[in-house]
Design a protein. Sequence first.
Length: 69
Amino acid sequence: MSERELYCDSCRGVAQFETPPCVDGHGADCPELVCTRCGSAVLIATFTFRAPRLGQAGRQPAAPRRRAA
Protein backbone atom coordinates (compact mmCIF):
# COMPACT_ATOMS: atom_id res chain seq x y z
CA MET A 1 0.00 0.00 0.00
CA SER A 2 1.39 3.38 -1.05
CA GLU A 3 0.88 6.55 1.01
CA ARG A 4 1.25 10.26 0.24
CA GLU A 5 0.12 13.62 1.59
CA LEU A 6 -2.34 15.63 -0.51
CA TYR A 7 -4.90 18.37 0.05
CA CYS A 8 -8.31 16.92 0.95
CA ASP A 9 -11.34 19.03 0.00
CA SER A 10 -13.54 17.31 2.60
CA CYS A 11 -11.07 17.73 5.46
CA ARG A 12 -10.05 21.19 4.17
CA GLY A 13 -6.39 20.54 4.75
CA VAL A 14 -3.44 18.31 3.99
CA ALA A 15 -4.08 14.69 4.87
CA GLN A 16 -2.53 11.30 4.38
CA PHE A 17 -3.88 9.42 1.33
CA GLU A 18 -3.33 5.77 0.54
CA THR A 19 -4.05 3.48 -2.37
CA PRO A 20 -6.77 0.94 -1.64
CA PRO A 21 -6.42 -2.66 -2.82
CA CYS A 22 -6.56 -2.36 -6.62
CA VAL A 23 -8.75 -4.87 -8.45
CA ASP A 24 -7.53 -3.57 -11.83
CA GLY A 25 -3.98 -4.79 -11.31
CA HIS A 26 -2.28 -1.37 -11.11
CA GLY A 27 -0.50 -2.20 -7.85
CA ALA A 28 1.29 0.80 -6.31
CA ASP A 29 0.61 2.81 -9.51
CA CYS A 30 -3.17 2.71 -8.96
CA PRO A 31 -4.71 6.13 -9.80
CA GLU A 32 -7.27 5.81 -6.98
CA LEU A 33 -6.41 7.29 -3.59
CA VAL A 34 -8.41 7.41 -0.33
CA CYS A 35 -8.08 9.96 2.48
CA THR A 36 -7.16 8.13 5.68
CA ARG A 37 -8.93 10.80 7.76
CA CYS A 38 -12.40 11.00 6.16
CA GLY A 39 -12.46 8.29 3.49
CA SER A 40 -12.95 10.63 0.51
CA ALA A 41 -11.65 9.19 -2.72
CA VAL A 42 -9.71 10.97 -5.46
CA LEU A 43 -8.63 9.83 -8.88
CA ILE A 44 -5.24 10.90 -10.17
CA ALA A 45 -5.61 11.32 -13.94
CA THR A 46 -2.33 10.37 -15.53
CA PHE A 47 -2.28 10.75 -19.28
CA THR A 48 0.01 12.02 -21.96
CA PHE A 49 -0.77 14.45 -24.73
CA ARG A 50 1.07 15.93 -27.64
CA ALA A 51 2.32 19.43 -27.02
CA PRO A 52 1.70 21.90 -29.86
CA ARG A 53 4.69 22.78 -32.01
CA LEU A 54 6.38 26.07 -31.30
CA GLY A 55 5.27 28.76 -33.71
CA GLN A 56 2.00 26.99 -34.57
CA ALA A 57 -0.26 27.74 -31.62
CA GLY A 58 -2.03 31.09 -31.70
CA ARG A 59 -0.48 32.07 -35.00
CA GLN A 60 -2.25 34.97 -36.72
CA PRO A 61 -2.66 35.01 -40.50
CA ALA A 62 -0.49 37.56 -42.29
CA ALA A 63 -2.18 40.87 -43.13
CA PRO A 64 -2.77 41.45 -46.86
CA ARG A 65 -0.08 43.56 -48.52
CA ARG A 66 -0.99 46.85 -50.15
CA ARG A 67 0.26 47.70 -53.59
CA ALA A 68 2.27 50.85 -54.11
CA ALA A 69 0.39 53.31 -56.32
